[in-house]
Design a protein around this ligand. Structure first.
Ligand code: NAD
Ligand code: 2YG
Ligand code: MG
Length: 259
């Protein structure tokens, strides 16, 4: 898994506010309203314990601090434990945490220890970015292009199918594309015979994955993928409404889904 860097997370509050404005413009709702509507839950200053984890590649600078800022932005009462790892978990529970947030190199989880709900960042991220895409106010049809059908993209694509969207899917891994399109009601997308879309959901770890040929003027591109799926000049040329943010939208989805 590609790991976040401290640079990705610089000025997370500013990035989150910018993303919130873009989501509101594209959908008519802000991120909090989308989460409330998606999960039917409401935050009420629940205590969230953020536990830094040192295993594997160790702590990522700004990671715990960014989670803290994000949880507070969405109305949670969060704190970072002084100690990391097992000692930090113990400290979080002893200090009254109802929800634990922690990540190693493979798993980023939210666990509500009061109701037992536990979720993983990858599907939660895919689902919320797909939900945002599906709420595109200026969509010309319910066609959605999904690029990247991995751990984030697949649950997002499944969410769009469940919502009744006509989903066109593409992944650079031919085997995965074949498997996915036979398991889900997804139309395999062939970049050699492009079609234009007003709604695109992208979840790959690569840059420049959205070819010019698929872009409609004013389209919504909802993408958790890092680095960004589209270059700035192409975004400007087609006035693409870009929803892209490195941590906050997915974390909000996790927190609301365990309430
Ligand atoms: P993954 O490796 O499970 O899936 C990525 C998929 O993209 C793979 O199936 C791969 O074949 C495909 N792919 C690669 N290059 C492609 C291309 N040019 N065109 C089409 N498909 C291509 O990864 P993942 O866990 O699903 O994560 C996807 C991205 O989302 C990563 O960049 C990850 O860091 C990011 N992510 C962001 C957030 C967030 O909050 N913004 C949260 C979780 C993950
Ligand atoms: O506690 C710490 O500081 C570290 N152990 C956190 C490690 C997180 C590793 N995971 C990632 O970098 C991401 N791919 C997880 C997804 C978050 C949203 N992009
Ligand atoms: Mg996010």
């Amino acid at each position: 898994m590609a790991l976040l860097t401290p640079d990705d997370l610089e000025n997370i509050n500013k990035q989150l506010k910018k993303a919130d404005s873009a989501v509101k413009k594209a959908t008519g709702s802000d991120i909090k309203q989308i989460c409330e509507n998606l999960y039917g839950t409401f935050s009420c200053f629940e205590k969230v314990g953020i536990v830094p984890i040192t295993s594997g590649n160790g702590r990522i600078g700004n990671f715990s601090e960014s989670l803290n800022a994000i949880a507070q932005y969405f109305g949670f009462n969060s704190f970072i434990t002084d100690m990391p790892d097992v000692s930090g978990y113990y400290e979080a529970v002893q200090n009254g945490a109802e929800i634990i947030l922690m990540a190693d190199d493979h798993t980023f989880l939210a666990h509500n220890i009061k109701n037992g709900k536990i979720v993983n960042n990858q599907p939660c991220t895919g689902i919320i970015y797909a939900e945002i895409a599906s709420k595109n106010l200026t969509a010309e049809s319910n066609d959605v292009l999904v690029v990247g059908l991995g751990k984030v993209g697949f649950p997002g694509a499944a969410h769009l199918v469940n919502k009744g969207c006509k989903v066109y899917g593409y992944d650079a891994d031919e085997k995965l594309l074949k498997k996915t399109t036979s398991n889900l009601e997804i139309i395999p997308f062939n970049p050699a015979t492009p079609k234009k879309f007003s709604t695109i959901f992208e979840a790959t770890p690569c840059a420049n994955t959205i070819p010019e040929a698929v872009l409609l003027e004013n389209c919504v591109l909802s993408t958790p993928g890092i680095p960004c799926a589209i270059f700035e000049d192409l975004q400007k040329k087609y006035n693409v409404q870009l929803i892209a943010e490195p941590l906050g939208i997915g974390t909000a989805s996790m927190l609301y889904s365990v309430l």
